[in-house]
Structure formats: C-alpha cells, structure tokens
Design a binder for this molecule. Structure first.
Ligand SMILES: Nc1nc2c(ncn2[C@@H]2O[C@H](COP(=O)(O)OP(=O)(O)OP(=O)(O)O)[C@@H](O)[C@H]2O)c(=O)[nH]1
Ligand SMILES: [Mg+2]
Length: 313
C-alpha cells in the first residue's frame, strides 16, 4: 500500500471510531468530509511493478475460474484463451467453468467450438438467468476450494490474477479494485455514489464492491449466496454480508480497460433510473435487516468467522 493509501486508511479508521456514537446530523457531516478527504488522498494506485506470474501456491488449494457470459460472441474466445494461457503451467490444479445463458448472438456457437478445443466446462441455457443467478449457478458447479470470478468481456487483464493470488494465504475474499475505472463518466459517477452509500450505511472501508474480478474461498460464496436478496448483481451485497460475517476482505488495485467490443449487457441507459431506485431501496432494506439482527452493535472489525482454516501469515 502506498504512503497516501496508508494515511487515508488510518484517517478513515480514526474518524470511524469518532463517529461511532455521533448523532445522525453529525454523522452525515463527518461522513461527507471524511469521504471527500478519503477520495482525494487515496486514489487507488496500481503497483508499477508487474506481478510475478506464478506459480500459484499449490498448498492453498486449486482454483475454479468462473466466467458468466451473455451476448459476448466477439470477445469470449479471446478472454477464455488469454486466461487459459495464463493459468496453464502456472496453476497446478484449476478448472474453467463457463456459464452462458440467454445469448441471442453467436456466443453459444463460439463456446461449443471452444469446448472441443480446450478442457473447459460450458453450461448454457436459453433462458436468461441474470448475472447474480449465473454466478451462483456456476459456483455450485465449481469443485476447487477457491473461485476466481471474472467478467467475460476482457475488461480485466489475465496477468492481473497474480496481483490477487499471493493474498490467498491471509485473506478470504480478494477484490480486484479497478484503478482507475475505464467506463463512461455516468457509470463512474453512479458506481462512486453506490459504493459511497454502501460505505456510509454499512460503515465499510471498501471502495469497489461491484468489481468483476474476484478471488474468493468457495465455501464463503456457498454460505452467503442463499442470503443475498436485496441488491441486484450479487457482488456488492456479497461483500457487505461477508464483512459482517467476519471474513477477511482485501481490495487490490488492478488495471481496467474500456469495453473494446459489444456493449453492456446490464446497465442499459434506459434502465438506469430503475436500477438506481432498486439498488437504493435494497440498501435501505438490507440496513433494516442488519439493524434488526443487531449487526451494527458488534465490534469492528468483526472477528474472523469460524469454520475456515486460518493459513496464518
Ligand atoms: N450468464 C450470464 N452472464 C451475464 C448476464 N448478464 C451479464 N453477464 C455477464 O456478466 C459480465 C458483466 O456484464 P457487463 O455487461 O460487462 O457489465 P459491466 O462490466 O458492468 O458493463 P460494461 O462496462 O458495459 O461492460 C459480462 O461478462 C457479461 O457477459 C446474464 O444474464 N447471464
Ligand atoms: Mg464489462
């Protein structure tokens, strides 16, 4: 972590302690100032050094790469081949699980051809499941102790897997934080607001909870997935719930590329207002549930959840 990053984390922690018992208006004021300072001080910095490309530590277990796919015929082959080349020979125990549903372009044909050429497992369905259900479905088919969930449109570089992998020893959930995010301005703005709301309402330190580049212990997804019901797209609600379940979560800056081909399969401009409204309502409902369960009264950070092997440092 850079010096600035470290300062901002400390600043954040001390302000969070100070605000723990503050009144709502004070909390709003301090929260806004805190976040502005945090945003200025802690621009996510990607390490200029290229990550060491493996080998992955076999003692930490195998890795299932999970690719949710919908209408990505122009890019899916490049994505899978790039990730496969990155893993082959560097990760001793890995599998590729591709979950496609509802595509109306040539994605299914491309995947059928790829499955004959590469040892990948492809699951397809005519009915569109939606991103969250597709990921949960894919994870239920995964067999390795770690799951690497990656968007299929190659907005993340395969080599950046190695920025996440070394943290498996000490973390349960490792999130690739887009640094910087290469999306249209309105998407950056909405994502910043979304993450800000989640940080504010759930007192979280994370900055990119909806990233599409994550390495997670499989059993955590299996434990938490059945509870996910308020926020669409699975990702952010998973992070919030994993945090309050006491799992160790780390954000690591990774490169992000503008979508080179195709278009969003989720955030259509015509649906943005509805998506924002749904997400905001979901945040409030999840907060009400957490309050009811007394989760905010617990000490921060939560104790690590039991039942997981602690690999030590
Ligand atoms: N299986 C499945 N995959 C989906 C579905 N919706 C989206 N995806 C995939 O989920 C990933 C993320 O979707 P994107 O449209 O790229 O979302 P985004 O990166 O936030 O948006 P862009 O910036 O426009 O790329 C992509 O790999 C999609 O192909 C779905 O309904 N089912
Ligand atoms: Mg994308």
């Amino acid at each position: 972590m850079t010096l600035l990053g470290e300062c901002s984390v400390r600043l954040r922690q001390s302000v969070e302690n100070a605000t723990a018992k503050a009144s709502l208006p004070a909390l709003l004021r301090i929260g806004t100032i805190r976040d502005t300072i945090f945003a200025i001080l802690a621009k996510p910095q990607i390490s200029s050094e290229m990550p060491l490309r493996g080998p992955a530590d076999p003692s930490l277990g195998g890795i299932s790469c999970v690719f949710p796919v919908h209408n990505e015929s122009f890019i899916i082959e490049q994505t899978i081949r790039n990730y496969f080349a990155e893993f082959e020979g560097r990760v001793t125990d890995f599998e590729f699980v591709v979950c496609e549903d509802g595509s109306t372009d040539d994605t299914k044909i491309v995947l059928e051809r790829l499955a004959k050429d590469l040892p990948i497992r492809v699951y397809m369905s005519d009915e569109r499941l939606g991103y969250g259900s597709a990921v949960i479905d894919a994870v239920s088919r995964a067999t390795k102790p770690w799951v690497f969930v990656v968007d299929s449109d190659y907005q993340f570089a395969a080599i950046d897997f190695w920025r996440l992998e070394p943290h498996r020893r000490n973390q349960d959930v490792i999130l690739g934080m887009k640094a910087p995010r290469k999306d249209p301005f309105y998407r950056i703005f909405l994502s910043y607001g979304y993450n800000w709301l989640l940080r504010f309402f759930f007192k979280l330190p994370y900055r990119d909870m909806d990233t599409g580049f994550r390495l997670i212990r499989r059993e955590i997804i299996q434990e938490i997935a059945p509870d996910i019901k308020y926020l669409s797209f699975f990702t952010a609600e998973f992070v919030v719930r994993a945090h309050y379940a006491g799992y160790r979560i780390l954000e690591v800056p990774v490169r992000h590329y503008a979508r080179k081909i195709g278009s969003t399969t989720v955030f259509y401009v015509s649906k943005l207002f509805l998506i924002c409204f749904d997400q905001f309502a979901g945040i409030l409902r999840m907060r009400a549930e957490f309050k009811r369960r007394g989760l905010f009264e617990r000490a921060h950070p939560p104790e690590p959840a039991s039942g997981l092997e602690d690999h030590g440092s």
